[in-house]
Write a protein that binds this ligand. Structure first.
Ligand SMILES: Cc1cc2nc3c(=O)[nH]c(=O)nc-3n(C[C@H](O)[C@H](O)[C@H](O)COP(=O)(O)OP(=O)(O)OC[C@H]3O[C@@H](n4cnc5c(N)ncnc54)[C@H](O)[C@@H]3O)c2cc1C
Length: 453
């Protein structure tokens, strides 16, 4: 089962996965001298402000993705980038440290997915998803701004229909519907062995601030928080041009968890004194995030990609969408579109992400232990502080933390580096050195108290 000249592809969902797939499938087809017709169905209008034009996300484009895109000749335009991030600032109850990018070329971009948060008055903002769709349209993709409501198998194809237009037949249907459960159910109808990913609720809000205040308070640093607060695995403040995005990941984040986080001294200290952080931000949401991969995301003439299939645990979801989209595009053009082809040429990429996430789970498990331990956090701060002060040192802890926060390296790679004897020894030494004065002071205070009794 292969695509031939004139074959028709329907991509359902024009988020990063759908756009990356469309871009690369047409690029590979061009190299292969294959003429394809490709329609993207997208329910949202990414030129709109607020949630109707947004695919809820922190908006960090990882350095690995920035570099991979550049390698393929896709340089994200400067008017899409809201701020270039070159450091990470790690906040704990025990102190703060700034980690610089391991090398000068390793830059991260912060972007808006839509055209700005609800209440935004700046009509000049441009979003990442619309930029990607534009690249696809330049390649000849037809964008159909409609929500797909019907997927049905026909004799030698798949029928795709929407609430606005009659069903049309396609030779291949690609599911890039993210975590939209209704759309995933439509795909189950034509791909019965597909089981959608497991999800949990996260949180995002956008604070409007003057660019000069953002520059002063947060600079070009992404601020991450390792606080001893239940249910939160990761909290971050991401500076953009005139907004700061707050992202909370963890387990079933709700209003109370958000308030505890925002109310903490460490988060408060990142905003100007008079800034009303506690006042509800006009643009906030509790979107779902993947915590376990989908299974068997393919069948004859059907393949699911991006969040609908496999993502990277908690980090770099856009990068993972790129990986699955490109792998599926390669399989479709160079191999074929039957279940057997996807099993052989697409599934291994999803399994690879899956295996890496398994290690990622252990990394986040260890992170939760560290979050609860003042002793371990002091050790990390001490070691990172020393490494950052000695620019020519190996910077093992800083580089491993950088990749954990940015999601730029695979979890297995990061895990191996955390287990490096020099890193473990340095961590042990810093933990003892930074905590011994406290331990000594505690026992001294105890002794004094005993004597006064
Ligand atoms: C709180 C949070 C913060 C995050 N932060 C980051 C980050 O900073 N960096 C990062 O790399 N990743 C981040 N992610 C992950 C990232 O958002 C996703 O991994 C990424 O958007 C997946 O892309 P996708 O194209 O698969 O899905 P989506 O971006 O969800 O796109 C799916 C598209 O399908 C469309 N659609 C759905 N159903 C239909 C239908 N029936 N008909 C037509 N269209 C339909 C939707 O409108 C949508 O546009 C974050 C996620 C969350 C929840």
């Amino acid at each position: 089962m292969e695509l031939t000249d004139g074959s028709r592809i329907a991509v359902i969902g024009g988020g990063p996965a759908g756009s990356f797939f469309s871009y690369y499938v047409l690029e590979y087809a061009r190299r292969f001298d294959l003429e394809l017709e490709l329609d993207i169905f997208e329910a949202k209008d990414f030129t709109k402000i607020g949630s109707s034009g947004c695919n809820h996300c922190g908006g960090i484009v990882s350095e690995s993705l920035v570099q991979e895109l550049a390698t393929d000749g896709l340089v994200i335009p400067s008017d899409i980038i809201q701020r270039g991030i070159n450091t990470y600032t790690m906040h704990t109850e025990q102190g703060t440290r700034t980690i610089h990018a391991p090398t000068d070329e390793r830059r991260i971009a912060s972007v808006f997915r839509g055209c700005g948060p609800r209440g935004c008055l700046d009509k000049s903002l441009k979003g990442f998803d619309n930029y990607l769709l534009g690249l696809c349209q330049e390649k000849g993709v037809r964008l159909i701004r409609e929500k797909v409501t019907l997927l049905e198998r026909s004799k030698d194809g798949v029928m795709v229909g929407s609430s606005k237009s009659a069903a049309q037949k396609y030779d291949l249907v690609v599911g890039a519907v993210g975590l939209n459960s209704k759309a995933q159910q439509l795909f189950k109808g034509i791909c019965p062995s597909y089981s959608p990913p497991e999800v949990t609720r996260a949180y995002i809000s956008e604070f409007m601030m003057k660019p000069a205040n953002i520059e002063k308070s947060l600079g070009t640093s992404m601020h991450v928080f390792l606080l001893d607060l239940p249910q939160i695995t990761f909290g971050a403040l991401i500076p953009k041009y005139n907004y700061v995005t707050l992202v909370l990941l963890g387990k079933d984040i709700d209003k109370d968890v958000v308030q505890r986080f925002i109310g903490s001294k460490e988060v408060r200290s990142c905003f100007p004194k008079e800034f009303p952080v506690e006042r509800t931000a006009p643009c906030q949401c509790y979107p779902y995030i993947n915590i376990k991969q989908g299974e068997h995301a393919y069948a004859d003439r059907v393949v699911l990609i991006g969040d609908s299939a496999s993502s990277k645990l908690y980090k770099n979801g856009i990068g993972a969408a790129f990986i699955t989209a490109k792998a599926a595009a390669r399989a479709v053009v160079f191999e074929g579109v039957s279940e057997r082809h996807f099993e052989k040429y697409y599934k291994p990429m999803c399994s690879e992400l899956d295996r890496d996430n398994w290690v990622g789970k252990w990394i986040f498990w260890a992170t939760r232990i560290i979050q609860k331990s003042a002793v371990l956090k002091k050790g990390i701060l001490d070691l990172v502080g020393k490494e950052q002060a000695q620019k020519d040192s190996a910077q093992r802890m800083s580089a491993a933390l950088w990749d954990t926060f940015t999601g730029s390296a695979g979890y297995r790679n990061i895990f191996r580096r955390f287990l490096h004897p020099a890193l473990l020894f340095g961590f042990l030494r810093s933990t003892l050195a930074s905590n011994l004065p406290i331990i000594n002071r505690h026992s001294h205070e105890k002794q004094k108290a005993r004597q006064t009794l």
